[in-house]
Design a protein around this ligand. Structure first.
Ligand code: FES
Length: 105
């Protein structure tokens, strides 16, 4: 298991929002669903639309480009045209700090 890296403070990601960050050169999107933070890559698996510019409704994220939908809790595809699930990252909260673990290279 790789180490956890700091992404942001909790108050930077209000309930119901999506926010883009860069962690170790990787584009990361954080989503706050009813106070629980989920983290995943900020590239849609269709043709790399910026998921952080999409819409979050509950745990359902809609890509801004061609409206594919994903479950932010698992990364699973709920609606095409995307076929491949988005990569999600383990999240840890330390006080007010959000940390994630990126996969090993
Ligand atoms: S880039 Fe996301 S649906 Fe096309």
């Amino acid at each position: 298991m790789s180490e956890f890296l700091k992404v942001a403070e909790l108050d930077e990601v209000p309930v119901g929002s999506l926010r883009a960050f860069e962690v170790d050169g990787e584009p990361v999107c954080l989503a706050n669903v009813d106070g629980t933070i989920y983290a995943f890559t900020d590239n849609c698996t269709h043709i790399s639309g910026p998921l952080s510019d999409g819409e979050l409704s509950g745990c359902v994220l809609t890509c801004p480009w061609h409206l594919a939908q994903f479950d932010v809790r698992t990364g699973k595809v709920l609606r095409g045209p995307a076929r491949q699930e988005v990569l999600t990252y383990p999240v840890k909260i330390d006080g007010q700090t959000i940390l994630i673990s990126l996969p090993e290279e």
